[in-house]
Design a protein around this ligand. Sequence first.
Ligand SMILES: Nc1ncnc2c1ncn2[C@@H]1O[C@H](COP(=O)(O)OS(=O)(=O)O)[C@@H](OP(=O)(O)O)[C@H]1O
Ligand SMILES: Nc1ncnc2c1ncn2[C@@H]1O[C@H](COP(=O)(O)OP(=O)(O)O)[C@@H](O)[C@H]1O
Length: 204
Amino acid sequence: MSQQKTENVVWHNQAVTAEQREEHKGHKACVLWYTGLSGSGKSTIANAVDKRLFELGVHTYLLDGDNVRHGLNGDLTFSDKDRVENIRRIGEVSKLFVESGLLISTAFISPFQSDRDMARDLLNQGQFIEVFVDTPIEVCEQRDPKGLYKKARSGEIKNFTGIDSTYEAPVNAEIHLQTVEQTIEQSVDQVVGYLQGEGIIKPL
Ligand SMILES: Nc1ncnc2c1ncn2[C@@H]1O[C@H](COP(=O)(O)OS(=O)(=O)O)[C@@H](OP(=O)(O)O)[C@H]1O
Ligand SMILES: Nc1ncnc2c1ncn2[C@@H]1O[C@H](COP(=O)(O)OP(=O)(O)O)[C@@H](O)[C@H]1O
């Protein structure tokens, strides 16, 4: 859905095309869209994949929920309405990065399927790769890397995902990572293997 409120704004075609940018970089542009509960492993795995891809010479960038909420989305809360706006903005920013020829990763809880689908619909077929970081809430709560579950259980934090705010698990994610069964390294191999299999990056 277009959010445009201004009139008399005309789209300019760019002299350098998205295809030319991809060719220049030597790989395809896309977004690895990680989704999962807080503590599921999104940031850890996205960073490890990003590092591996960088070492392989892929032009990457990583957008992380905690970091983006310090800047661009610093005005947003964790109400359902603001989470929708959070993901809408990240979807649009992802589109810009993909148009610039990068292979980007986003690590946001992105709890609602409709918002993830909205972000997918902004891109061409095959450019949006949903990565479900599937970790049971009991395990996330046990890990509690930031002490947030403890605060949510004590009522200090309201609207916490998985406790008093909804998380809709993906049903058809392109990549399904199960962090109880697989190590971080195995998850990295799976994601990089997918990218190679799809011809997004060159095989080793
Ligand atoms: N109420 C509540 N619910 C969930 N998460 C919370 C909340 N309050 C703060 N945090 C911290 O914010 C990070 C999630 O931000 P996101 O932008 O990824 O969330 S969302 O996609 O808009 O749902 C999340 O980061 P991750 O743990 O990396 O997922 C938390 O550190
Ligand atoms: N197999 C695994 N895959 C990913 N993370 C793991 C795994 N086992 C333990 N962890 C730990 O779980 C925590 C996940 O935290 P984080 O990456 O910040 O999650 P999120 O970004 O989803 O909130 C990290 O401390 C990480 O080391």
